[in-house]
Design a protein around this ligand. Structure first.
Ligand code: SAM
Length: 247
């Protein structure tokens, strides 16, 4: 199943998205701490059902918002959340290849970039959309996420994506801060339900699914280890970087 299909079918997203809500709220605090001037043009990539917008829009007076997502069903739910606010426009957009979406003072995104095939190339494209002095602020999953689920696989191969290390993220040229959020699940079923509900169950390319017996073994090990799964969240913030210094 593609990422778009996975998120279009994630009807239960909000009920299983505590981490997403927390991460979006913290990113909103950090964006406000940047003290952006009024009248901002904001591009949001991968808005989902609108957690980041809910935490940020009212704190950026007079901002003009372009809220985007690659999955039509998610964008529709963001539109429902924000109703008829005239300062928000909506568009279906692949954040990895945004084309000429416009010129922006701020590009924000929370927990969407972990599905990009080439994150550094995507961020270079975002830089190309920044107005002079513009800023990028996004969160993504980093290496170590779901380590407990991976460990429960033992010698078996886990379908969990290979999230980037802090070194690889820092090489993009933004400031990177890492935070680990441990999430206690009732059991492995609850973990898998939650990952599926937030659309994150798509295995990494080339992964061969486990047999039912193998999956049962992995789930039993995960339960025996306490059924905790950590989200390692990277917050990446900065301006146009290299482009700024060469112009
Ligand atoms: C885990 S959800 C996060 C949504 C929201 N930002 C939040 O914090 O709740 C990831 C979102 O990224 C979107 N997404 C995934 N790949 C994308 C891409 N290439 N371009 C734009 N959005 C994408 C998905 O459709 C989904 O809505």
């Amino acid at each position: 199943m593609s990422i778009v299909q996975a998120f279009d079918r994630a009807a239960d997203y909000d009920a299983h998205a505590d981490v997403q809500r927390i991460v979006a709220a913290r990113l909103a605090d950090q964006v406000v701490a940047l003290a952006p001037p009024p009248g901002l043009r904001v591009l949001e990539i991968g808005c989902g059902t609108g957690f980041l917008g809910a935490a940020l829009i009212d704190r950026l007076p007079s901002a003009r918002w372009l809220m985007t997502d690659v999955a039509p069903a998610m964008l529709a739910r963001a539109r429902d959340r924000f109703g008829g606010r005239s300062a928000i426009d909506y568009a279906i957009l692949d954040g990895e290849a945004p084309g000429h979406a416009g010129s922006f003072d701020l590009i924000v995104s929370s927990l969407a970039a972990q599905w990009f095939a080439d994150l550094p190339a995507a961020i270079d494209r975002w830089r190309g959309l920044l107005a002079p002095g513009g800023q990028i602020a996004f969160t993504t999953l980093a290496a170590g996420s779901f380590a407990e689920w991976r460990a429960a696989h033992g010698d078996l191969s886990s379908g969990t994506a290979d999230y980037p290390t802090v070194e690889r993220l820092a090489a993009i040229g933004l400031d990177v801060a890492i935070e680990t959020l441990p999430v206690q699940h009732a059991d492995a079923h609850d973990f898998l339900r939650s990952v599926k509900a937030i659309g994150a169950a798509t295995p990494r390319p080339g992964h061969r699914p486990l047999t039912p017996a193998q999956l049962r073994t992995v789930m039993a090990r995960f339960d025996a280890a306490g059924a905790t799964a950590r989200y390692v969240v990277a917050t990446c913030i900065g301006g146009a970087g290299r482009q700024e210094t060469t112009t």
